[in-house]
Design a protein around this ligand. Sequence first.
Ligand code: NAD
Ligand code: UGA
Length: 441
Amino acid sequence: MKVTVFGIGYVGLVQAAVLAEVGHEVVCVDINAERVEKLNQGIIPIYEPGLTPLVTNNFQAGRLRFTTDAAFGVEHGLIQFIAVGTPPDEDGSADLQYVLAVAKTIATHMNSPKVVIDKSTVPVGTADKVKQQISTVLTERAVDIPFDVVSNPEFLKEGAAVADCMRPDRIIIGTYNEQPIDVVRELYEPFNRNHDKMIFMDVRSAELTKYAANCMLATKISFMNEMANLAELLGADIEAVRKGIGSDPRIGYHFIYPGCGYGGSCFPKDVQALIRTSAQNGYTPKILQAVEAVNNKQKYKLPTLVKKHFGDDLTGKTFAVWGLSFKPNTDDMREASSRVLIEELWAAGAKVHAYDPQAMEETQRIYGVRSDFVLCGTKEAALQEADALIICTEWQQFKAPDFDFLKQQLKTPVVFDGRNLFDPERLKQKGLQYYAIGRGQ
Ligand code: NAD
Ligand code: UGA
């Protein structure tokens, strides 16, 4: 099938590569000319495990193309994916300008029937706006070309995006009528083999399903962070509690890891956007407000622990920070907890020696060159001259450090762990003072 994808970010690029891999002919359109040029030179703009060979092989086979030429893209595909960003507006609601700009572009250039599939995360009612936008432009052009608008939210996780797209848990399809169903079934047929993963519903329910899923996951995390804070006050160990409750299949082990707050491009913005949608409809979403408040506070957990130990004035102190990305296996720094930590340390007068396996370039882009910031080539180098170690992201390579070496390198034998990677007893035996999340300091 001929497919066009607007937006070559985390979602668009991965989805396009996966669709090309199963044999579809995919053209990707982006307004970012530098990104398109890089991809045409074989340079993949984001880090995502398994993505490079997938893009390279399909690009070389001619099934995956990259362009800024929107007219060419619209002409190419019967299916037109919208996979552009929906960042938060000033008031927290989703900014739809990019989505509606693509709708306008499609309508401006289309000369044959199209199935427009919205993959961006958008508030309920957006498909109506996309439909309206396309109709308006077609009327202005005085042409009558049939088109369908479908809501097909994406559920991939960064760091596992290729695997998630290759083997989705479910494929949500929201439609206005039966018309586009056969085309969408054919598109996703290769991903729907073992059992039927396609769930059909109306457009508004599909749009809400996406927000409900992310908000439910964010709720689990904030709930566990609240329990962790309570465990500290009560002298309990949240890791024991986590195992104890996770063993109940009604609760499950997923997304109950306490930590230094959730980050990323989606949970923070989607929780905020659903709060805004609720307010716009006269409803006060008390659970969501609490989820957001608990998370915003949790991001200050690590700097608070550091100040509890070293005092509020950190002038003259240097901290080694391991892990900068918002989660492992990505270079994405959007809303990362590390940013709150680092900025708080700087504000208190400290210097930071940081290391991340993938997010160094992105961190450099965000913060530039500063006298109080050193990006180190290895995790060991970050420890040199440091007063203490702080862990923000649970990359595999941080999970079994040489504790004797650690103790020898640090000026003060203290470890602050925002991801509960270690056994507190073990660190105590090694002579390291250990601050973790919800583990009874
Ligand atoms: P992104 O910021 O990584 O990429 C968006 C891309 O769209 C950019 O390359 C930008 O240049 C391009 N773009 C903007 N306007 C355009 C236009 N008019 N025409 C063509 N291209 C245009 O975004 P992302 O992380 O891939 O997210 C995209 C959407 O998918 C968002 O709504 C997000 O909430 C949702 N989503 C993201 C993830 C994730 O893990 N990142 C997962 C599920 C859903
Ligand atoms: C999340 C969802 O998991 C995806 O299903 C969804 O498609 C995506 O948002 C989206 O809409 O963009 P992602 O943000 O890539 O995916 O990563 P997650 O694995 O969900 O982690 C998000 C944040 O929660 C990270 O900062 C992570 O450290 C934190 N987290 C996760 C916890 O603190 N505890 C947990 O138990 C799990």
